[in-house]
Design a protein around this ligand. Structure first.
Ligand code: GRF
Length: 222
């Protein structure tokens, strides 16, 4: 099997990164994590990646000041040097320009802690509580120039409970993030996701458990 060489871009603790690394330990998983790249030298995830035996790199955005183009060219150079085929943003806290996004059409994924298109941007859990929604969740989508938009690959719902705090809700969502990100990367890396009219179409049967997160997916034949 030709496993897709995947880079994970992080800025912080990297728990989604860890979930992807764990999934890719299985030789049958269609992506291999070839690189973890951080824009922050102090990101805790870097050490976790190194401990897992994954190559790491730092492109410190501060070194480029306001020159976003130069920062992104540096990112792209590292990704090219590592022969990366897919990119997963996992808590990567830089806004990417249309130029960078155009380097990775339908090959760059992001995870967002809300049920997109609701609650784009930051502080999603606080805003969900303030809005009084009964359900919340997480979304994996392809990256397009507009932030937290782009074709949706998988979503997971969680209930919002009456006495929820921001932290309790965040923890419930995060546990689901760790399940849907590996699933979404698996689908993309195995070539089962195609974008049609701005929407993801997923080919083939899926495991019953996965069907929970993939609305509209063809059910496994009996
Ligand atoms: C996650 O909540 C993710 O959805 C958001 O940033 C957070 C990153 O957490 N984009 P971690 O670094 O993966 O633990």
């Amino acid at each position: 099997m030709n496993r897709k060489r995947t880079a994970i871009l992080i800025s912080g603790r990297g728990s989604n990164m860890t979930a992807l690394i764990e999934a890719a330990r299985d030789a049958r998983y269609p992506a291999e994590i070839a690189l973890v790249l951080s824009n922050r030298p102090d990101a805790a995830g870097l050490q976790r990646a190194a401990e897992a035996g994954i190559a790491t790199a730092i492109v410190d955005h501060k070194a480029y000041g306001k020159d976003r183009a130069a920062f992104e060219h540096a990112l792209q150079e590292v990704l090219t040097a590592h022969r990366i085929e897919l990119v997963c943003l996992a808590g990567f806290m830089r806004i990417l320009t249309a130029w960078f996004v155009a380097q990775w059409p339908e090959r760059m994924l992001n995870i967002h802690p809300a049920l997109l298109p609701a609650f784009k941007g930051l502080d999603t859990h606080r805003r969900a509580l303030e809005a009084g929604v009964r359900e919340h969740g997480a979304t994996v989508h392809f990256v397009v120039p507009e932030m937290d938009s782009g074709p949706i690959i998988a979503r997971a719902r969680v209930p919002v409970l009456p006495d929820d705090t921001e932290d309790a809700l965040a923890a419930r969502v995060l546990a689901m993030e760790h399940r849907i990100y590996p699933l979404a990367l698996k689908l993309v890396a195995s070539g089962r996701v195609r974008v049609s009219d701005g929407r993801c179409v997923i080919a083939g049967p899926c495991e019953d458990e996965d069907a929970l997160f993939l609305p509209g997916l063809i059910k496994k034949p009996r």
